[in-house]
Design a binder for this molecule. Sequence first.
Ligand SMILES: [Zn+2]
Length: 71
Amino acid sequence: MLFLKLFPLFIILIIFILVAVARSYMRSLISPKEKKLDQMIACSECGTQVHESLVVKKYGASYCSKNCSSI
Ligand SMILES: [Zn+2]
């Protein structure tokens, strides 16, 4: 009955794998998510939310358009 002798070891192996999978899953939940590039920034002049790729930066402030940055 070799199978019965190995059965407990087999169960331990399965538990070990489950714990490893659960740990990696928990780690992926805890670890900070990658910084999103599509961040919205509020215009310093009118308060409009602008995509950071469209933001006009002037004198350290962020504006939604050249109209706002020129005021
Ligand atoms: Zn604006």
